[in-house]
Design a protein around this ligand. Structure first.
Ligand SMILES: C[S@@+](CC[C@H](N)C(=O)[O-])C[C@H]1O[C@@H](n2cnc3c(N)ncnc32)[C@H](O)[C@@H]1O
Length: 227
């Protein structure tokens, strides 16, 4: 018999594959509100801050159709984009074909049960993945994965919907109970969630910069280091 957490992990995978399927049945474009076809300025800020003298090994977690992974690869970094949705990854691979100067490894992988080796990455980025599961899956599993996958001294950047954002308020219904999704974080809430297990570096108010909605959704962003 499977455990409750396994059931929730399966629920999450199915939810995202279904969401992608229904979107691409009506359009061949990614119409999610956070989709952004340029490099997210926060990603640039984090990468610049690393002053890397060699290509960084980066994991773009919950990469969806891969735009951010591709933009980081165009800067010369060694990027892996992971997602639980095969439908999203198909779109990411298709987007990559249109790029001459980018190599990205797109992998079907669940951060809650990742197949990547320990200490694989210098930087892990999460733009809207954690906020979609925080309400109903215990943070422990996600945090343990981030800690395991980062090299010592590696950075973790996470961006989630802000409580100041009035739009994009939906719920997941599991066993008759409603869970906010995406979760809307208070200012500094991400610092508290990750600060006990990772070294806090900085946090700031931001946006889910978007090619789809105007104005873009208000976000909370935070940056941590694995000690
Ligand atoms: C809000 S979208 C963000 C998309 C992308 N990061 C961007 O900036 O456009 C969340 C993505 O996380 C993926 N996801 C959800 N749970 C995941 C998990 N446990 N492991 C890996 N990816 C996951 C979803 O399939 C979806 O593509």
């Amino acid at each position: 018999m499977s455990s409750k957490v396994d059931d929730l992990i399966r629920f999450n995978r199915k939810k995202w594959n279904d969401k992608n399927l229904s979107m691409y049945q009506g359009s061949d474009q990614n119409l999610f509100a956070w989709n952004f076809k340029e490099l997210d300025p926060d990603y640039r800020k984090v990468i610049d801050r690393m002053h890397a003298s060699h290509p960084l090994k980066i994991c773009d977690l919950g990469t969806c159709s891969g735009e951010q992974a591709i933009e980081m690869a165009k800067l010369g970094h060694d990027v892996t984009g992971t997602d639980v949705s095969e439908v999203a990854l198909e779109m990411a691979r298709r987007n990559l074909l249109a790029e001459e100067n980018a190599v990205v490894f797109f992998a079907h992988d669940d951060v809650l049960d990742s197949r990547f080796a320990d200490e694989s990455f210098d930087l892990i980025t999460d733009r809207g993945c954690f906020h979609s599961m925080h309400a109903f899956i215990s943070d422990d599993r996600y945090i343990a994965s981030i800690r395991r996958l980062l090299k010592p001294g590696g950075l973790f950047f996470v961006k989630g919907m802000s409580q100041d954002e009035e739009r994009f308020r939906s719920v997941d219904v599991i066993d008759g109970k409603e869970y906010q999704s995406p979760y809307h974080f208070r200012e500094k809430e991400l610092d508290e969630i990750f600060g006990a297990d990772l070294e806090f570096i900085d946090s700031w108010k931001s946006f889910f910069y978007s090619s789809v909605v105007d104005p873009p959704a208000i976000a909370e962003a935070a940056l941590f280091r694995k000690p």
